[in-house]
Design a protein around this ligand. Structure first.
Ligand code: FAD
Ligand code: SF4
Length: 454
């Protein structure tokens, strides 16, 4: 008999008053008892709507049934058939708009907490080590974000001799430099990356493909296929007056200092501002992460977003957590200028009030300025989190790679670019998207590489 409790089994969280001043993980994870209780809420529906909602079609009811029967290893095996890194996805996927949005239990109550269960299984299950027969064929992976890691994982398991090339000194892409410790502990990312070494995946950091080494160099070194997973890390700005004032930064720079360079940790000497009033502009996950880091490092934080709460693209849980942590939300508000003092440092932001219009063809409501609504907000720091574009370096260096007008690599249905044996996926192809879509693209490219080379 399923457990007919209408609400999700609550997740234990760190208290907001305490966590808003530390970088330890906010969501503490289910206990065994909680996980079994939640797993028993699943109805094991015949037509599996939740699976349709998952971009990589994780066998959701199968893993949940295994867990409900206390077979945690079996549950992990089911998940890993389609998702290489469930400990990451269980924490950062926007489940409420994917699998959980389709869950039948959501009709009369709350959906099954699929993400929380995935995290539990990833943390407590064991996988068997697999015997891999090496084929000696060299595959190069450019970028160590979720797309590159996922492609590397599947290529290595297929027997290829895989090397990941990463431009930064550290691996993981956004998982390491963007998403903060309190949402995705770096020890988890590290463990997943270390596990690739069991499949003999080699990693070369500080290696900018297109600059340190070119495609021609790689072909000459005997690589037979390449995968581009270089992400979309170039920050966008608003182009409003004084955006170059001292104390206006991109979320990318801010989060990289904070997370990758550990500015929050006194043992590191990475400089970072500790302002009295930070304004973060944007409404996505990046804005939420920047605001929550600024709250932990500084004092007052205001988030300025031009639409309403309903249109915010960030994960629902992150929005709730940001509010609980005391971040003020200034909605339907758009910056029009930044002001600076005589030293060139930011001292305020001028904004206008916005109103929602009719939905466009995608159902997203437009916004228009309310005439005469200008007002100023004093502040001493501004973080711009209004989206990113793809990094131009590789496309400029390798001219035969076709890109679209947004600068993203163009691929066919096998993830192959305009260059034979060069595949691409993740944000570098789609523009800024999600971890699971990047992982799915890496997986698909690995399948195509197998098809081409084996
Ligand atoms: P990336 O993760 O960007 O990795 C690309 C890697 O390639 C980087 O390490 C980069 O240094 C390297 N690289 C670039 N150029 C070169 C080169 N020429 N040579 C060698 N290496 C190169 N998604 C979610 O699903 N849930 C979330 O909660 C979420 N939160 C986010 C929070 C933040 C702050 C940010 C920035 C993004 C967030 N996202 C989230 C989006 C998600 O992280 C990305 O969609 C995902 O990381 C894309 O993966 P990727 O592998 O394509 O690229
Ligand atoms: Fe279980 Fe919900 Fe999927 Fe049905 S839709 S199988 S209840 S997780």
């Amino acid at each position: 008999m399923p457990n007919m409790q209408n609400e999700k089994t609550p997740m234990p969280f760190q208290d907001p008053a305490i966590r808003s001043k530390n970088f330890e993980e906010v969501a503490l994870g289910y206990t065994h008892e909680m996980a079994i209780n939640e797993a028993q809420r699943c109805l094991n529906c015949k037509n599996k709507p939740c699976v349709e909602g998952c971009p990589v079609h994780v066998h959701i009811p199968d893993f949940i049934q295994a867990l409900a029967n206390d077979d945690v290893d079996g549950a992990l095996h089911e998940i890993k058939l389609t998702n290489n890194f469930p400990s990451i996805c269980g924490r950062v996927c926007p489940q409420e708009s994917q699998c959980e949005a389709k869950c039948v239990r959501g009709i009369k109550g709350e959906a099954v907490a699929i993400g929380r269960l995935e995290r539990y299984v990833a943390e407590h299950g064991q996988t068997k080590t697999e015997d891999i027969k090496s084929n000696g064929i060299k595959v190069g992976i450019i970028g160590s974000g979720p797309a590159g890691l996922s492609c590397a994982n599947d290529c290595a398991k297929a027997g290829f001799d895989v090397t990941i090339f990463e431009a930064l000194h550290a691996t993981g892409g956004v998982l390491s430099y963007g998403i903060p410790e309190f949402r995705l502990p770096k020890a988890i990312v590290k463990k997943e990356i270390e596990s690739l070494k069991n499949y003999n995946v080699k990693i070369e950091t500080n290696m900018i493909i297109g600059r340190t080494v070119t495609f021609d160099d790689l072909w000459q070194q005997g690589y037979k296929a390449l995968f581009i997973g270089t992400g979309a890390g170039l920050p966008n700005f608003m182009n409003i007056p004084n955006e170059n004032a001292v104390g206006v930064v991109s979320a990318n720079e801010y989060l990289t200092r904070c997370n990758l360079m550990k500015a929050y940790d006194d043992r590191y000497d990475t400089p970072i501002a500790k302002p009295q009033h930070t304004i973060v502009v944007g409404g996505g996950n990046v804005a939420m992460d920047a605001a929550r880091c600024a709250r932990r490092l500084g004092d007052k934080v205001t988030l300025v977003y031009r639409r309403s709460l309903e249109e915010m693209p960030a994960r629902k849980e992150e929005i709730e957590h940001a509010m609980e942590e005391g971040i003020e939300f200034k909605l339907l508000t758009n910056p029009i200028a930044i002001s600076k003092d005589e030293t060139g440092s930011v001292n305020g932001m001028s904004c206008v009030a916005m109103q929602l219009g009719e939905p466009d063809e995608k159902g997203r409501r437009g916004v228009t300025v309310i005439e005469g609504s200008e007002f100023d907000i004093p502040c001493d720091y501004v973080i711009m989190a209004i989206g990113t574009s793809s990094n131009p370096l590789l496309k400029d260096a390798e001219k035969s790679l076709e890109v679209n007008k947004r600068g993203c690599f163009v691929v066919n249905e096998d993830q192959m670019t305009s260059v034979q044996s060069v595949y691409a996926g993740g944000d570098a192809v789609s523009g800024a998207a999600t971890v699971i879509l990047a992982m799915g693209a890496g997986k698909k490219a690995a399948e195509s590489i197998c098809k081409e080379l084996l």
